[in-house]
Design a protein around this ligand. Sequence first.
Ligand code: DX5
Ligand code: ZN
Length: 216
Amino acid sequence: MIMVQIAPSMLAADFLHLEKDVDLVNRNADIFHLDIMDGIFVPNISYGFPVVEAIARNAMKTLDAHLMIINPENYVERFAKAGVHMLSFHLNATENPSKVLQQIKACGMKAGLAINPDIPVKELFPYLDQCDYLLIMSVFAGFGGQKFIEDTYSRVAELRQEIQRQGLDCLIEVDGGVSASNSGKLIASGADILVAGSAVFKAEDPAGVISAMKTV
Ligand code: DX5
Ligand code: ZN
């Protein structure tokens, strides 16, 4: 069995002292989660290539970019060139999700499909065999620091069951309001990767929080 992986969301990092927070992830966590927002798919704008490239130059762990942008197909190659290893986009952000999943893999990255809390999990089912991972939002995409939506446990369990039914080995990533208070139940429901922004970077002891989140 693979141990859960913790992916701190750099959206909650200290951008004036980014090196410090990159070091923290390098030392204590598994994956860098990079939230890319365009102000159109979500009502917020985050950061772009200069920041992704700066993190990539110093990262010793996997880079996971979560695209909250329309027409993600236009940027797939650019993220690969920037050094990203895992790339996800939202199911309803593009006309042809299968084509984008293929495009991501053709660029040598792991391909992920994301859904917001108001999209039924079963809408992912036709795409599972084309995905390396699925990103289940446990808040509505757009902002860090929101409250975890409790429905997520059953959504993760439903998805895990279908992945098993189809005989696949896709990973499940959960994103939004995740902390040491819900990590155990998420892992028990079938989550493999836990994204946490505020819970890690706003903590007094971020390394302690990361290790607490790994403890079931
Ligand atoms: C929200 C982002 C999340 C966010 C998580 O749209 O996708 O990755 O940064 O932040 P917290 O853990 O603070 O909810
Ligand atoms: Zn995210």
